[in-house]
Design a protein around this ligand. Structure first.
Ligand SMILES: Cc1ncc(COP(=O)(O)O)c(C=O)c1O
Length: 396
């Protein structure tokens, strides 16, 4: 027998996408372009391969779950620079742990943060709707009930914190937020993040903030939840933040990120991880430290996404469903029936996108807030992006 709680994991968006287009062969002779996955198609900076090579004598060593002091220090130094934190706020020994990308820890957080009951009730895991599907996976694998918070264009594509019912907050064990958000590229303000931290502390739940797109911004650097913590006195109680090199350094294959936040959670994470996690190999940790210490390649990466957004504005700016996101790597384009449009675009143009319907769940009234949108990943160079978007625009 298999655990039936996990059955709903079949709703994985890429599984559903594969099913949707399984019997469709594109009629176009032009090259197929995958705008469905947020996988950077550019190469990471040479610094990565050079540092791996310089540390190749370390492949024979077992890495420890808490990571190397060098990588934890590089993460702390980057946080202090990026978010203007006082030096005493983040202690790399207590508050930071390297992780093999952020997907795994986002998932494991459900196992750590959700008790069997809270205030005598079934615990709730609050998840923006739509969102990255791993948050739902975390709720399904834990004891919790996934409760979806509607995210609308009118409310700036972020959950309305003031609208969450008090009874729900009392049984909430964990809340996920993502800023800049996948899929919409919306940025939570510092005030919004402060309210979220205050809510987590008042109602005694864990606030998991996924900031893996924080370096891909158009104009101003998005605020981070650690700035909110700083403004509230400098403690990180109840807050866990997820940072990744996958987007910042175009290195999803490296599987490298880190967690920072509440010391008690980080220590519990290291304990769990020492049973069921795979620490980063030592050459990977050395390369990760070098990447966090370098800003030059990140400026180039940002310029690439900025150029892609500019191209998208030229090509699709007049489409009634278009808006230019503030950050991230995705367009969130309103098109109508997103699975039908995805299938038609694949058939007619050989361009694959992700139906927004598959990134969201139907609300209590049966409406799926993602249903009218396509998620389009602008992960190629600007010339490829432009040609793919022109092919799409004709078909739309
Ligand atoms: C919102 C969000 N969080 C986390 C991740 C996980 O990235 P990684 O595991 O490569 O750090 C992704 C990947 O696409 C994502 O979109």
């Amino acid at each position: 027998m298999l655990n039936p709680r996990h059955d709903a994991m079949r709703d994985h968006p890429f599984r559903r996408l594969a099913e949707l287009i399984a019997n469709v062969t594109p009629r176009s002779n032009e090259p197929h372009v995958m705008l469905s996955v947020g996988e950077p198609q550019g190469q990471p900076p040479p610094l990565l391969a050079e540092t791996l090579a310089r540390n190749s004598h370390l492949w024979n060593r077992y890495p420890l779950p808490q990571g190397t002091a060098e990588l934890r220090q590089a993460a702390k130094a980057w946080l202090d620079r990026r978010y203007h934190l006082p030096p005493a706020m983040v202690d790399p020994e207590k508050h930071v742990v390297p992780v093999p990308g952020t997907r795994e820890p986002l998932f494991m957080t459900g196992l750590i943060a959700v008790p069997e009951e809270k205030n005598g009730q079934r615990p709730a895991v609050l998840i923006p709707n739509p969102a990255y599907h791993i948050y739902t996976g975390a709720a399904l694998a834990s004891q919790g009930e996934a409760v979806y918070l509607p995210v609308t264009r009118e409310a700036g594509f972020l959950p309305d914190l003031a609208a969450i019912d008090t009874q729900l907050l009392e049984r909430t064990a964990l809340m996920y937020l993502c800023s800049p958000s996948n899929p919409q590229g919306a940025i939570a303000s510092r005030d919004y993040l402060k309210s979220a931290v205050q809510l987590a502390r008042r109602y005694d739940f864990w606030l998991a903030v996924d900031e893996c797109y924080c370096e891909l911004y158009d104009k101003e650097p998005p605020p981070g939840v650690l700035e909110a913590c700083r403004d509230l006195g400098g403690g990180m109680e109840r807050v866990i933040v997820f940072h990744s090199l996958s987007k910042r350094s175009s290195a999803p294959g490296l599987r490298s990120g880190f967690l920072v936040g509440d010391a008690s959670f980080i220590q519990r994470y290291i304990l769990m991880f020492s049973y069921g996690g795979t620490p980063l190999a030592l050459p990977v940790q050395a390369a990760s430290a070098a990447l966090w210490n370098d800003e030059e390649h990140v400026q180039e990466t940002r310029a690439l996404y900025r150029a892609n957004f500019a191209v998208s504005e030229q090509v699709l700016g007049r489409h009634p469903g278009y808006f230019r996101p503030e950050a991230g790597m995705f367009l969130w384009l309103e098109v109508g029936d997103s699975p039908a449009v995805t299938k038609r675009l694949w058939a007619e143009t050989g361009i694959k996108t992700l139906p927004g319907a598959y990134m969201a769940k139907p609300g209590p009234d049966g409406t799926n807030p993602g249903a009218p949108y396509l998620r389009i990943a602008l992960v190629y160079d600007p010339a490829t992006t432009e040609s793919a978007l022109r092919r799409m625009a004709k078909a739309l």
